[in-house]
Design a protein around this ligand. Structure first.
Ligand code: NCD
Length: 320
């Protein structure tokens, strides 16, 4: 636990494939401290005072963008938001030029969301000073979401190794699924995937600890947690997706299916939800759902990530 030689200072956060289990553990431990700050009356510490962060979003977002912004502000950083629809991006400015412009203003971190896979890795090559945090690049990765899911599982179950987690739905287009699978495998979680054949990359079953099922019931059986994915309607290619009604009937999470999991199984969904499609409303708001808690934990995880990459986390104690 908490190996002292582990440091994320200056590291671009592109995907969980680049993380060691020790690094993941350090983020989770730091997030625990950060969650205490969120619960304080005065939610402000000077850990990132004098640092500046820009969020650069080329795709819509409610939770992720505002939670990075909130995280930065609770830590005393200056935070500026750029969204595609209201910036020079609509005038055709290239990603490269936008990144260079942002760098010239002296930002220390760029939190970025883009519809193209690899956009964050590209950004990391273009800029020299700021650290890049990938907040979602196409169907590739969403590392902070993977980390906040792990954090929530750890919070409830007390450990990660040996848990059985079902991930249901649009695995093919889901960056959340990809980051979940990587993070969970690194922490010793057994991952069971289910979804329509056309949205379920079969080769994943060749990896140890990953099981691919045609039927959602098989994946859920005995699970400690079920992560329901949003059907990425905006990324579907024609023919890969059954009708909404068919999908809900065969793959939707309903009460009957939830009963197959352990009685204390948690239900996760990254949001935004298509209620009545991938998840029934009674489960989304039911007592096994941790969907709102994921949002709070998302702020804690992003506070941890920003602190660790911008300061190494060294002066954390002194700030409290
Ligand atoms: C996810 C995303 O944008 O990848 N949402 C989120 O970050 N809360 C999941 C999704 O859009 O399906």
């Amino acid at each position: 636990m908490g190996k002292s030689n582990v440091s994320l200072r200056g590291k671009h956060i592109l995907g969980l494939e680049d993380f060691t289990p020790d690094e993941i553990e350090m983020v989770l431990l730091t997030a625990r401290e950060m969650k205490n700050i969120i619960h304080r009356d005065i939610k402000k510490v000077p850990a990132l005072r004098g640092k500046s962060i820009v969020t650069l979003f080329y795709e819509p977002s409610t939770r992720t963008r505002s939670s990075f912004e909130t995280a930065g502000k609770y830590l005393g950083a200056d935070v500026v938001n750029i969204t595609a629809g209201t910036s020079s991006i609509v005038k055709g400015e290239s990603l490269r030029d936008t990144l260079l412009t942002v760098e010239a203003m002296g930002f220390d971190a760029i939190v970025m969301r883009h519809k193209e896979e690899g956009a964050a890795a590209y950004a990391a090559k273009v800029v020299s000073h700021p650290v890049i945090v990938n907040a979602g690049d196409g169907a590739h990765a969403h590392p902070s979401q993977g980390l906040l899911n792990l954090f929530t599982l750890l919070d409830h179950k007390g450990h990660l190794k040996g848990l059985k987690v079902a991930i249901i739905g649009d695995i093919l287009y889901s960056r959340v699924a990809r980051s979940d699978i990587q993070g969970m495998r690194k922490m010793g979680i057994e991952v069971h995937l289910a979804g329509p054949r056309t949205l379920l990359p079969r080769f994943l079953a060749e990896e140890p600890g990953i099981f691919v099922h045609d039927r959602i019931e098989e994946a859920i059986e005995g699970a400690d947690a079920i992560n329901v994915l949003r059907i990425q309607l905006e990324r579907q290619k024609a023919g890969l997706f059954p009708s909404r009604r068919e999908y809900a009937r065969i793959f939707g999470l309903n009460q009957e299916r939830l009963k197959l999991a352990k009685p204390d199984a948690l239900v996760l969904h990254p949001g935004p939800m298509n209620k009545g499609l991938e998840i029934s409303p009674d489960i989304a708001y039911g007592n096994q759902s941790v969907i709102q808690e994921l949002v709070e934990n998302g702020v804690a995880i992003r506070m941890a990530l920003l602190t660790l990459i911008l300061t190494g986390g060294k002066n954390r104690e002194a700030d409290h």
